[in-house]
Design a protein around this ligand. Structure first.
Ligand code: HAM
Length: 448
């Protein structure tokens, strides 16, 4: 059989991040996890693979996510498994299975890939990363205020203050939703014949989601449809008012959106979305969440208060790009070039010493046997701030030549006292940035 050598393309809607993107992403993720830790949230690493039923039961059979977007397969003809389309269901399953919130409230954050079979476009892919938080065991509205404050702290830390708008609403409790559903069905009944197949299905399975329909024929009718906030009972309405007052006092701006319909069925009471004014094109929701007290019980646990949100990392990067605040990882500081075999070995040793003396600064060495001009081209392309040159002359004099890429200046130092060279670099150019340093980057972002 002939050996095939054609290229194998990537899966549609699934892509790699090149180093510049991946490093910026890591820095952003470090800011997100630090903000979550500042609010007392602990990391939870959740499986990517779950039983399909977990999602059908939690997210809702009639939702687009479950109905059309899951990557599911039959395991050896038996169990149906799915790649997780979101993190909440798995977080609740883990919380119940591992008794993570049995005796006291618990706060978690997670970050990682999710999978949805959607039509790829700007800000929408089939594999995407979410950063999310879930908090269990707190029924008071203070926890909603806390997680919205956490969102606001994240935007501040990333230089996005004022670029995202918070929209909130309340779905009330089950009895409010039942009364609303009855009126909604009565309102739409006379229009049934003019509805498309999808809207008719929504009407049957979850009429609330009709409010979110994009069907052109429905748009006019939707304008006068009964809205859920008008059906809130007194305790639910007071609960929502309290949250609004807390946001006012904290100067977190918001807009009440009575038409806010989430694409997942597990919500109750508070729901919210942070939408971006620019950067996302058609996909303007960056971050979304709310309360989902009924879910732990639906998944076989004791009644447990629950609230959370998730934001899409790809969308967050687009918003950061539009704001011009994408954090950049530092390039390696030093690039070692050498002129012959003996100098090369000397350069390798020197690079090792430098890494030991200055961890995090980044030391790259030239590998191969090209001439100096070609090595210098590579040094330039690496973005290194300094080139260390070792040639025959340097070996003989036991020194190393430091070239400052910014001004082309060349300075000689003893090879036996690299510390003196580092001190000189620091005195001239300031603290050697640690390419991996969260603290340094965070500070940059916060003062941006
Ligand atoms: P969601 O609204 O389905 O909520 O997704 C949250 C965020 O994930 C979206 O606002 C968006 O930024 C990102 N996202 C969703 N789908 C895609 C996609 N195909 N491509 C790129 N980004 C996407 C949830 O997932 C809930 N689990 C949130 C939650 C947590 N509620 C309570 N706790």
């Amino acid at each position: 059989m002939a050996v095939r050598r054609d290229r194998i393309p990537s899966v549609k809607g699934v892509s790699a991040l090149v180093p510049d993107e991946a490093e910026s992403r890591t820095l952003v993720e470090q800011v997100l996890s630090r903000c979550a830790r500042d609010f007392g949230y602990r990391e939870l690493r959740l499986p990517l693979l779950e039983r399909t039923e977990l999602f059908t039961r939690s997210i809702g059979e009639a939702t687009d996510i479950v109905h059309k977007e899951m990557f599911s397969f039959q395991l050896r003809g038996k169990d149906s498994l799915s790649l997780r389309p979101e993190g909440t269901a798995g977080a609740v399953r883990s919380m119940l299975e591992l008794s993570l919130a049995d005796r006291r409230p618990a706060r978690f954050w997670y970050c990682g890939p999710m999978f949805r079979y959607e039509r790829p476009q700007k800000g929408r892919s089939r594999q995407f990363d979410q950063f999310g938080i879930e908090a269990f065991g707190m029924s008071g509205v203070e926890i909603e205020f806390e997680i919205l404050s956490l969102c606001a702290a994240i935007w501040r830390a990333l230089g996005l203050e004022g670029r995202l708008q918070l929209q909130i609403s309340s779905l009330g409790d089950e009895s409010c939703r039942q009364r609303h559903k009855k009126d909604l069905l009565a309102y739409f009944a006379p229009h049934r014949d003019s509805m498309g197949e999808e809207a008719r299905q929504r009407m049957q399975q979850n009429p609330l989601r009709l409010l979110d329909s994009k069907e052109p024929a429905l748009q006019q009718i939707l304008q006068d449809a009964p809205l859920l906030p008008d059906y809130l009972d007194t305790p639910s309405a007071e609960r929502f008012d309290t949250l609004c007052r807390m946001l006012d006092e904290a100067s977190i701006a918001y807009q009440i959106n009575p038409r806010l319909v989430r694409g997942l069925d597990y919500y109750t009471h508070t729901v919210f979305e942070w939408v971006a004014a620019d950067g996302l094109g058609g996909q303007d929701t960056l971050c979304a969440g709310g309360r989902y007290d009924g879910l732990p019980e639906l998944l076989g646990g004791a009644p447990t208060a629950a609230v959370g949100f998730a934001l899409g990392l790809e969308r967050l990067m687009l918003v950061l790009q539009a704001a011009g605040t994408v954090p950049q990882a530092a390039a390696p500081h030093f690039f070692v070039v050498s002129t012959n075999e003996q100098a090369r070995r000397c350069g390798l040793k020197l690079a090792g010493e430098l890494r030991r003396l200055s961890p995090g600064a980044g030391v790259e060495t030239y590998c191969g046997d090209a001439g100096l001009a070609s090595q210098m081209k590579q040094a330039d392309a690496s973005g290194a701030a300094f080139v260390l040159l070792i040639g025959q002359e340097e070996i003989a004099a036991e020194k190393v030549r430091l070239k400052v890429m910014a001004d082309g200046g060349e300075h000689d130092f003893s090879r036996h006292n690299l510390r003196a060279m580092l001190d000189w670099v620091q005195a001239q150019f300031g603290e050697l940035a640690d390419a991996q340093s969260v603290a340094a980057k965070d500070n940059d972002l916060e003062t941006a």
